[in-house]
Design a protein around this ligand. Sequence first.
Ligand SMILES: Nc1nc2c(ncn2[C@@H]2O[C@H](COP(=O)(O)OP(=O)(O)OP(=O)(O)O)[C@@H](O)[C@H]2O)c(=O)[nH]1
Ligand SMILES: [Mg+2]
Length: 309
Amino acid sequence: MAPIEWAGIQQFPPATQHTLHELLGQLKEKDVGTLTILVMGKGGVGKSSTVNSILGERVATVSAFQSEARNPVMFSRSRLGFTLNVIDTPGIVEGGYVNEQALEIIKRFLLGKTIDVLLYVDRLDAYRVDNLDRQVIRAITDTFGKGIWQRGSVVLTHAQLSPPDGLNYDDFVAKRSEALLKYVRLGSGIRKQEFQEHSIPVVLVENSGRCKTNDGGEKILPNGTVWISNLMQIITEVVLNGGKSITVDQKLIDGPNPNNRGKFYIPLIIAFQYFFVVKRIQRAIRSDIASESSPLWELRDMGLADGKF
Ligand SMILES: Nc1nc2c(ncn2[C@@H]2O[C@H](COP(=O)(O)OP(=O)(O)OP(=O)(O)O)[C@@H](O)[C@H]2O)c(=O)[nH]1
Ligand SMILES: [Mg+2]
């Protein structure tokens, strides 16, 4: 079934449409004819709203309250021979824990699909990162493998804000990004150096209808960034510069955790250590006992050294 025409693109101001067409052109030039974006994150952070903002259509269900939706939804649109797929997913945190069942449903939904970009969504106006963020990142990493982060970007919604404590906007954004990226690093288990070499972009988003606009009618952030164009630009860069797309196959679904494959050898290593190390120690102890003469420290400990120390 051919995807329906991307009508929403015409909702954007001319300048944004121009940028989007240019980016599609860049992708097609590199033989990328399909772009599949997976949107994930905790509940209520603005995932569905971001999907709607990207498409320029109100298709994903947005709710101010905890949504009942349990199933991912994929929206496919085509434009000039190019196919854009955006996958909205339910939040994967419930009652302070990662909901494994929700993850399982997402995995099964993705079977046979190829993810080109992961958008990990959170809010800019959250002032703390905690262990739960780390667990969410770990759950995503365990599901798709570390490689997903080479195709990942952190999206921060609610970006039209006045920072607290008199901080300036860019400093606030830098601080929040840094804090969150640290948890992405810890949760994904990517080594510090590798993480620095392949930095994960952070993109700001303001989904509210009350977002400020520039003279051309394009939505802008407090620092002047034209955010829809910027978001699509970063997504394009991630595709063109990043690692490999992630194809979700049966092996990824029921196979061992893709990051833990080497752990298969752990029992073998332990057995090896037992035979070669423990046995040798045992032999050494036995020969020690056989040689009878107790060392001075042993005599001392037994109170028999008679002041020889
Ligand atoms: N001001 C503002 N509100 C936003 C933004 N993004 C989302 N919202 C609001 O936040 C609430 C939750 O948004 P959703 O898009 O439904 O969030 P979600 O992550 O899809 O939520 P779940 O699917 O329940 O996990 C809604 O009331 C949105 O209108 C944003 O960038 N700015
Ligand atoms: Mg949603």
